[in-house]
Design a protein around this ligand. Structure first.
Ligand SMILES: [Fe+2]
Length: 418
């Protein structure tokens, strides 16, 4: 059982809720209200929506006499749950000048007070309700990461390049040379082992046939990605999937998101503002299309999620996570007993479609909308990032985004057939 799962539910609840609120400490109320694109949400909305989850799926279901804090919040802060009812348009969340941030924090406090009443008798609660609360805490951790990536995108749209924080740990070491680690082929098992929490999309655990393969010792670096660019990576259609090539041309992509050319040098938008591009850090803010094109140019390919999980299950979950406070990928260390950097730094695109595992069945009711209905047209990413809480990640964790998404901390690691 993981450390998080072993914690009393009430302590776990308080830890996660306070961690979310600590993320807005560096922000002004104005920063919290704005949204810079349809895929992102204002920080204020993340704060409210994660409370909406507990109000809707826990308090209204299980606390006798509970009255909703504000009837309109049911619509305003519903993300995508059609079984719950109507939703406010996602791309217009940045127009919500009301409720004020203070009011959203009061909403959080109201929900926390009533959750406290419920959690005070956690040992008497229906285990199914405890599962819904635990899901809400892991859901809130997902929104913690989204809050940071959404703030980064918002700040990147401002020519003043505001800093969310001052990077406390500038990385200075160089990335080690790329090595390859070989893995035998055979029938392997992937999916959650059943110990501790997992999202439903991580199971059922099942057998897969994996061919012999090798995996790179670290993520692709900025220097390596710059070589691809210098070799005409963005101008040679042979490297690209058809949809990717269309995107390159439609969007005018010439570099990863957040790279800014400044004469001969390149600077990059970070949560510490505009910084010189470090050649040794992992290439980041890449779409699946860019990751795939780079891999093809490099004579390799992206790993499948089964390959990635087989390698990652042999490694401890250690890495550059949000707790480091760096909020930016760091250069890899020299590999010891296997690939480095599988966890943390950057989410690694795989070539695997985000599809249901064999015999997967979403839960009945509104909670069943959490993951299952998104299983089309997206790709899986593995391993967490520098904005992921450490106790949120595990070998079987499946993140998923559309192939053109670039605002997450997404990079890649190469694989090859043996
Ligand atoms: Fe959500």
């Amino acid at each position: 059982m993981s450390e998080a799962a072993a914690r009393p539910l009430s302590t776990h609840y308080t830890d996660v809720r306070r961690a979310t609120e600590s993320l807005i400490e560096p922000l002004d109320p104005e920063d919290c209200a704005l949204q810079s694109m349809d895929d992102a949400s204002p920080a204020k909305w993340h704060l409210a929506h994660t409370s909406w989850y507990f109000e809707t799926f826990v308090l209204e279901e299980a606390l006798p006499g509970y009255r909703a804090y504000h009837p309109d919040y049911r619509v305003l802060f519903n993300s995508y749950y059609n079984s719950v009812g109507a939703q406010f348009t996602r791309g217009m969340r940045g127009l919500l000048t009301r409720p004020h941030l203070a009011e959203v924090l009061a909403y959080r406090a109201h929900v926390d007070r009533h959750m406290g009443e419920l959690l005070a008798r956690a040992s008497q609660l229906d285990p199914k309700l405890c599962d819904v609360i635990l899901l809400g805490l892991h859901h809130e951790q997902q929104h913690q990461e989204l809050l940071l990536t959404d703030v980064k995108h918002l700040f990147s749209a401002n020519p003043l390049h505001p800093a969310y924080h001052k990077n406390p740990t500038p990385a200075s070491h160089t990335a080690p040379p790329l090595q390859w680690f070989a893995y035998e082929g055979g029938i392997r098992e992937i999916g959650h082992t059943g110990a501790g929490f997992a999202f439903d999309n991580e199971g059922p655990r099942h057998a897969v046939l994996v061919g012999a393969f090798e995996l790179a010792s670290r993520a692709v670096t900025n220097a390596e990605y710059a070589d691809f660019m210098a070799a005409g990576g963005y101008t040679e259609p042979a490297h690209w999937l058809s949809d990717g090539w269309s995107k390159v041309n439609a969007e005018g992509w010439q570099a990863p998101l957040y790279w800014e050319r400044d004469g001969a040098s390149t600077r990059v938008m970070t949560l510490s503002g505009l910084e010189s591009l470090s050649p040794d850090e992992p290439a980041c803010h890449l779409s699946f299309y860019e990751a795939d094109a780079y891999a093809r140019w490099a004579g390799a390919r992206l790993p499948t999620e089964a390959e990635w999980e087989c390698a990652a299950s042999q490694q401890a979950v250690e890495g550059n996570f949000v707790e480091n406070g760096r909020l930016h990928p760091a250069p890899a260390a020299a590999p010891k007993n296997g690939p480095d950097q599988l966890y943390g730094d950057v989410w690694e695109w795989t070539q695997s479609a985000y599809a249901p595992y064999p015999r997967y069945r979403p839960a009945k009711g509104a909670i069943g909308e959490y993951n299952g209905k998104f299983m089309s047209n997206q790709l899986t990413l593995r391993g967490g990032s520098c904005a992921t809480p450490k106790d949120h990640i595990r070998p079987s964790y499946r993140n998923f985004f559309y192939p053109d998404a670039r605002w997450q901390f997404s990079g890649l690691r190469l694989a090859r057939d043996l």
